[in-house]
Design a protein around this ligand. Structure first.
Ligand code: BDR
Ligand code: CA
Length: 315
């Protein structure tokens, strides 16, 4: 079993990533640690409980300090809805969610070889590293964040996760004993969930596709208004897909810094041409083969088989 921790700010696409991880039987999901981002930690924790109910999985859920390291918290309720799940207000079992996400991460990294899927701002990971860097010696971290050759979603140069807590993103990048792996917006923008894909999923597993449609409707409206596309860019699930199917992703090692202040706040500054002659501290995902990733994504979520010809026609 592959031991994993999902650090997330659920969030619509975080929730889809959690569904995917739950569909992979070789994953031992040690816990879901909640960070503030799309919504504050309390709402994020409730959404993890909602996922727990829908998936019938008793996830270990941990909350954390709700504030970024330095900056004031900004959320993305305009994108994810007031409840963080597209204003669906789904039911959940109201059980207690423990505090102590940071200590939970450290304790587990000390016990086992763990992969962390970091789907939100890197606040919890940075706090855990600040507290016990040695715990990270064998850790693998895959983070969704930044944008490289494309425009941002918070400013011309910045993506949400790294914009919200740039000090945390930079701290993790500079201090992680193993270069952190980053899936930026350049790659995730190639992975657009469309109504046609949902229709195809409905023909395989109606329950799952209905749930997906329900939580993404709000997200679709947002994308039509602000990104001019019919469909939604679902960023976070690609962290899971990159881990599972590395053969469908291209990646490269670089040195990078995150700009913390000023006009370029949150920018992932990648030294592609090695001007700085500094140690390569990130593995940056540069491209994705969308067809096989979609096929596997749909098959994991629906626990069924995709008609490849049909998929080819709708992509
Ligand atoms: C990232 O920001 C959030 O809105 C999404 O959940 C994703 O992690 C994309 O910029
Ligand atoms: Ca997220």
């Amino acid at each position: 079993m592959k031991k994993i921790i999902i650090d997330a700010d659920p969030g619509i696409d975080d929730s889809i990533a959690i569904m995917l991880a739950a569909g992979l039987s070789h994953f031992d999901i040690l816990g879901i640690t909640i960070v503030s981002g799309n919504v504050c930690v309390d709402k994020g924790a409730v959404n993890a409980l909602r996922l727990s109910k829908f998936l019938k999985k008793d996830f270990n859920i941990y909350k954390s300090n709700p504030n970024p390291l330095v900056k004031e918290l900004i959320n993305a309720e305009d994108t994810h809805g007031e409840d963080g799940l597209g204003e669906t207000y789904l039911p959940y079992e109201d059980r207690e969610v423990k505090d102590g996400a940071v200590d939970f991460i450290i304790e587990n990294l000390k016990k086992d070889e763990v992969t962390i899927f970091a789907l939100g701002p890197l606040t919890n990971i940075a706090r855990a590293m600040e507290k016990d860097i040695d715990a990270f010696k064998c850790a693998r971290i895959i983070s969704m964040g930044g944008n490289f050759k494309s425009f941002g979603n918070m400013s011309p140069v910045s993506e949400f996760n790294y914009y919200v807590d740039p000090e945390a993103a930079d701290y993790v990048i500079q201090n992680s004993p193993n270069p952190i792996e980053i899936i930026p917006l350049d790659v995730t923008r190639k992975f657009v969930l469309t109504p046609n894909i949902i229709a195809l999923m409905k023909s395989i597993n109606k329950d799952v596709a209905d749930f997906l449609e329900n939580i993404t409707n709000f997200y679709m409206d947002f994308h039509l208004k602000y990104e001019n596309i019919i469909g939604s860019v679902i960023n976070d699930p690609l962290v899971i897909m990159a881990h599972e199917f590395p053969e469908y992703f291209a990646k490269e090692k670089y040195h990078a810094d995150v700009v913390c202040d000023g006009k370029a706040r949150g920018m992932l500054m990648v030294d592609e041409k090695d001007f700085l002659k500094k140690e390569k501290n990130i593995i940056l995902y540069r491209d994705i083969k969308t067809f096989p990733v979609w096929k596997n994504f749909i098959e994991i979520l629906t626990a069924g088989e995709v008609d490849e010809e049909m998929l080819e026609r709708i992509l």
